[in-house]
Design a protein around this ligand. Structure first.
Ligand SMILES: O=C(O)CCC(=O)C(=O)O
Ligand SMILES: [Fe+2]
Length: 268
């Protein structure tokens, strides 16, 4: 065993919806990934402009970005070990057509809207199936693995366990809040915009900031409420990835391409 996941962290993962393996990426791998992600930033800005916030999948750019360190990450024994302790040996990550990198915008502060990656309304499944998906730890686990210290992501602990939203959550996440009080505002002054995004982010009741260090690995349930809040002066290169089992990957690929696959409960 190369990495021991404390039981208190497992408990936190079930209760809050996220877990962090601290300093699990070796320094040499972080160095190699940083070098390749410097290329990713240049490519993303060339393709999508200065406000680009991700390049995904990284493997699509194999002619410019050396894929070796990404493969090393996907096969890292310590990570596979930690994931086996947390979920099972059936779980894997690092799929070439999924893994991307999250980047800081070059010019202006920006935050996403507060969101759940899939809601009952967007899920194309029944309420009972949606509830099963929420409570099934084989489904919907997302990864943020930062190569630089990263405090962009906020999460509402425990919100991954319920489809029901509280009134304060709906108010904080309403589309008009993002336009009037969030990154969607027309404000151009960088400091004022930064404060607007900060206030919008902090406006979600009960939200906590994930404070990640370079080389950490965070796994969270993206059906819980979360947000990304980005500052142009805080360098970001955070591997963004998903965790699968063979069965969940089949379901997810059908779902993401617009299908309505039936959900079969695998955990109780
Ligand atoms: O930037 C982040 O950490 C969050 C990104 C996110 O919420 C998403 O990709 O759906
Ligand atoms: Fe998200």
């Amino acid at each position: 065993m190369t990495y021991r996941v404390p039981e208190s962290d497992l408990l936190e993962y079930y209760r809050s919806g996220y877990i962090v393996y601290r300093a699990i990426l070796p320094a040499s791998l972080v160095n190699d990934l940083r070098r390749e992600c410097d290329k990713a930033v240049r490519i993303a800005r060339k393709l999508k402009g200065p406000q680009a916030q991700r390049l995904q999948p990284v493997a699509k750019f194999a002619d410019e970005i050396d894929q070796r360190p990404f493969k090393d990450y996907a096969e890292l024994p310590a990570l596979r070990d930690a994931l086996t302790q947390t979920l099972s040996e059936k779980h894997y990550y690092g799929k070439a057509d999924v893994m991307g990198v999250l980047l800081e915008p070059a010019e202006e502060p920006w935050c996403t809207a507060w969101h759940r990656d899939m809601t009952l309304a967007s899920s194309r499944v029944s309420p009972a199936e949606y509830q099963d998906i929420m409570l099934d730890w084989n489904s919907a686990n997302q990864i943020n693995a930062p190569l630089y210290d990263d405090e962009c992501t906020w999460f509402v602990p425990g919100s991954h366990l319920r489809a029901r939203n509280l009134p304060g959550e709906l108010a904080a996440a309403s589309p008009s809040a993002h336009v009037d009080h969030g990154a969607g505002s027309a404000e151009r002054d960088p400091v004022v915009k930064e404060r607007i995004c900060d206030a919008y982010t902090r406006g979600m009741p009960g939200a906590v900031q994930l404070r990640l260090s370079a080389g950490d690995f965070a796994m969270y349930r993206p059906l819980g409420w979360h947000i990304g809040n980005y500052l142009p002066y805080k360098k970001r290169a955070t591997l963004h990835d998903a965790v699968f089992t063979p069965e969940y990957e089949v379901w997810w690929r059908q779902w993401i391409s617009g299908g309505s696959p039936k959900w079969v409960r695998s955990v109780n």
